[in-house]
Design a protein around this ligand. Sequence first.
Ligand code: ADP
Ligand code: MG
Length: 212
Amino acid sequence: MSELDFASLALPQQQLTNLSSLGYEQMTPIQAESLPLMLAGRDVIAQGKTGSGKTAAFGLGLLSRLDVKRFRIQALVLCPTRELADQVAVEIRRLARATHNVKVLTLCGGMPFGPQVGSLEHGAHIIVGTPGRIEEHLSKGLLKLQDLNTLVLDEADRMLEMGFQSALDFIIDETPADRQTLLFSATYPPQIESIAKRIMVTPALVQAASTH
Ligand code: ADP
Ligand code: MG
């Protein structure tokens, strides 16, 4: 078995079957480097170019910690834009087909607020959204993150460039301290290093420049 085989990971057989049905035959380099660390519960900073497969990396990581029987918000993925959040939600839903009834909810700015409140009342296992809108739901007490076990910052460099630093700080403050934190970024500027130092526990740094 090659070290790039998904079967080298401690994933359920249904997930391995699902991955091959998605046409994912082998892990991309960033997946092969980051997934063993994530599955071992480590905080991970992963830096890799667009198209390197970062979504499935954190998607498989957060799904491995999800208890579908507990209908609570267990994972939060923050993205810089609505388009990216929608793409991430689609990918997580595809990966979640291996488990039945995983509810993924997107909460993004630029969308009407009221329907999101209704959706939150119905509950979810995983939230994907943009920082400003997530902060708004949290500050109004409509979203509670006390059961969160995984926090993902996707495209963290872009979120900082877009001025989301204070929204991120607010959100992170609302999450349990014992969460797993996964930070994905195309670049690794000093601001990312400094936010990582503040919010992560001995993070492993994975840098994969190549695409698959
Ligand atoms: P990134 O976030 O690093 O820019 P994405 O997560 O959007 O990259 O993935 C890019 C594309 O690669 C997507 O179409 C995704 O479905 C596909 N992909 C991800 N992992 C694999 C894999 N192991 N095998 C084949 N395709 C993959
Ligand atoms: Mg991405």
